[in-house]
Design a binder for this molecule. Structure first.
Ligand code: FES
Length: 57
């Protein structure tokens, strides 16, 4: 977990979004957005750094 940022997941990961789309990553470490502001959900794109500190996860 990154304080105020994404959840870091080690190893392959598969996430199903609410609309049923499955997102897969085979990266050694994947950053999953927790703030909801990313433009490439479900993955973190760094946008959380632009949010006011109170709004960060
Ligand atoms: S946690 Fe990084 S963009 Fe949401």
């Amino acid at each position: 977990m990154c304080a105020g940022g994404p959840m870091l997941v080690h190893g392959p990961i598969s996430i199903e979004s609410e609309d049923g789309v499955v997102h897969e990553s085979t990266r050694p470490v994947s950053a999953v957005c927790r703030c909801g502001a990313t433009s490439r959900a479900p993955w973190c794109d760094g946008t959380h750094r632009l949010l006011p500190e109170k709004s960060r996860p």
